[in-house]
Design a protein. Structure first.
Length: 241
């Protein structure tokens, strides 16, 4: 189990690049894991991965990984022991964690923090994408991280974001323990601004009712705070109607 003292806990920041968005049918083509403790990265690992299938062009257009890049690379199963070791005593961290952890089912039972969800609780930003938060928070990162949407570079940004969010968390009215942080992550919050799409950046009260109803009906399991916020705003509108 992770150390419960937040200042002494170890975090394992993960990022994956994949052949698509569906963890049931798509596969990992690159994985990165960074161990973070006491304010710094203490171990780094990344590897291209042979997905055992062709990489669709639409996926390569995002991350720049093509079939020729993964020829002869290890399958994910061969990398599993290394990832298990790096995450075994740590809190797993990812940006949009439901996505990344969904492609690494062997760490699904680890305690997990999503930096996207945590940022929504601590920062009023115009966008909660990884690179957007990097710019908005002026995160101090090395100039040569590599291109965005590659696992190692994205994991470095997430690690820097995690450290800044933990700093803000510890300065707030929160108990400085891992268990309290995880409990905070488990509570839904009403967002001040809409998070994506045509209404990105708008206050919830400015988003059309039909769009909010669509979010509630669709489920939005990967964006639970968005669905919670839509439901809260629809409830407010019914009360004042």
């Amino acid at each position: 189990m992770p150390c419960d003292d937040l200042s002494a806990a170890t975090f394992a920041v993960i990022d994956v690049e994949t052949t698509g968005l569906d963890a049931k049918t798509d596969r990992v083509v690159e994985v990165a894991c960074l161990r973070v403790s006491r304010g710094r990265v203490i171990e780094r690992f990344s590897s291209l991965v042979d997905p055992g299938r062709l990489i669709p062009g639409r996926a390569s257009a995002v991350h720049g990984i093509f079939d020729r890049h993964v020829v002869g690379k290890p399958a994910l199963a061969l990398l599993e022991p290394r990832i298990r070791r790096m995450t075994g005593d740590a809190v797993v961290v990812a940006h949009n964690a439901r996505f990344d952890v969904g492609f690494l089912p062997f760490i699904a039972e680890r305690p997990t923090v999503c930096t996207m969800q945590l940022a929504r609780r601590l920062v009023d930003a115009p966008s909660y994408r990884n690179e957007s938060l990097r710019e908005f928070l002026e995160l101090n990162l090395p100039p040569r991280l590599g291109p965005a949407h590659r696992a190692a570079a994205d994991a470095e940004v997430t690690a820097a974001l995690l450290l800044e969010l933990l700093r803000r968390y510890e300065c707030g009215p929160y108990e400085p323990t891992v268990s309290a942080l995880l409990a905070t992550m488990g509570r839904r919050v009403a967002l001040a601004r809409f998070a994506f799409g045509a209404h990105r950046g708008k206050a919830l009260r400015e988003v059309p009712t039909g769009y909010l109803q669509w979010i509630v009906e669709t489920g939005f399991e990967s964006w639970p705070d968005v669905r919670h916020s839509a439901m809260a705003e629809l409830g407010r509108r019914r009360r004042v109607a």
